[in-house]
Design a protein around this ligand. Structure first.
Ligand SMILES: NC(=O)c1ccc[n+]([C@@H]2O[C@H](COP(=O)([O-])OP(=O)(O)OC[C@H]3O[C@@H](n4cnc5c(N)ncnc54)[C@H](OP(=O)(O)O)[C@@H]3O)[C@@H](O)[C@H]2O)c1
Length: 271
């Protein structure tokens, strides 16, 4: 089945839809005739993009770290469209600092946005997803399989989402619920600019050459494929696949290779 057939008329919530992978996914679903609900804190930004997403688009201001916002997101979706077929928990925040230097508020914030945001949205959407025999996605990261130094809060939150969704999949194995753990590799977006540094302020720059990374649009195509095929796991990029494979078989060697890889970053955290 192609994307057009699979996504047409499906009601799809995408959190973190104001930028990067979430925005690209919203556009892809919209282009297939889905009814898209865009959720993020930047309402004006989403409303400006909505005509490019599709005809039947609902934009909802939602801070996923706030339980009431997530509940309201689900209520507004059901009020407008009457059902929910797919929930894409994509909203996310990164960080970059060694744990020894890190203000603990950064760990708290990342767990609130990445992990609790996923838990809150999934909790309120679940009855509707079960009714529709729908799908829930968690956009994690390769860092949710193989830890990255100077990203302890990010890795922890992504490992936690994976544990949560893997459990949910087993709990609903006989209920027709699809649960996809989706792990992009490095993808061009705003995530590194927005990442928090040791004191909780935004990094405001990226240590990578963003233009050389996978595009957000390509990443969204993989997401659509994973949903269409009702996969339970998707790991992207050659580097990402190799890292996860190595980590599972040779964890100590992978630690050393990861150390060397991150040590080469501009402003390496080890210096
Ligand atoms: N880019 C990569 O290399 C990469 C790799 C692996 C995984 N990922 C994951 O992919 C997901 C999307 O990130 P991206 O790369 O597309 O980054 P991005 O361009 O920075 O987009 C992040 C999105 O999350 C939203 N967001 C942040 N905090 C939020 C909050 N408290 N409540 C609601 N929405 C919030 C942002 O919108 P507002 O600021 O408007 O709220 C934005 O729409 C994240 O989960 C990220 O961890 C990215």
């Amino acid at each position: 089945m192609n994307n057009q057939k699979y996504f047409k008329d499906k009601v799809i919530i995408v959190t973190g839809a104001s930028s990067g992978i979430g925005l690209a996914a919203a556009k892809l679903f919209g282009s297939c005739g889905a009814k898209v609900v865009m959720a993020a804190r930047s309402l004006e930004k989403m409303e400006a993009m909505a005509p490019e997403v599709g005809k039947d688009v609902l934009c909802v201001r939602c801070d996923v770290s706030v339980e009431e916002d997530c509940k309201a997101l689900v209520e507004k979706t059901v009020e407008r469209f009457g059902r929910i077929d797919i929930l894409v928990n994509n909203a996310g925040l990164s960080m970059r600092a060694m744990f020894k230097d890190l203000d603990l508020v950064v760990i708290k914030r990342l767990m609130d946005v990445n992990f609790w945001g996923t838990v809150f949205c999934t909790k309120y959407a679940l009855p509707y997803l079960l009714e529709a025999k729908g799908q829930v996605v968690g956009v994690i990261s390769i860092a949710g399989y193989s830890a990255l130094p100077a990203r302890c809060a990010y890795s922890s939150s992504k490992y936690a989402i994976r544990g949560f969704l893997d459990t949910l999949r087993i709990e609903h194995l006989k209920d027709g619920l699809g649960v996809l753990v989706f792990a992009p590799g490095y993808t061009e977006s705003n995530v590194r600019n927005a990442a928090l540094v040791a004191d909780g302020s935004a990094q405001g720059k990226t240590p990578l050459e963003e233009g050389k990374l996978m595009s957000a649009e390509r990443c969204a195509e993989y997401l659509a494929k994973g949903l269409r095929k009702r996969r339970s796991e998707m790991i992207l990029t050659t580097l990402g696949k190799a890292t996860v494979w190595m980590h599972r078989r040779f964890p100590r060697l992978t630690d050393k290779m990861t150390y060397s890889f991150i040590a080469k970053e501009e402003d390496s955290p080890f210096k």
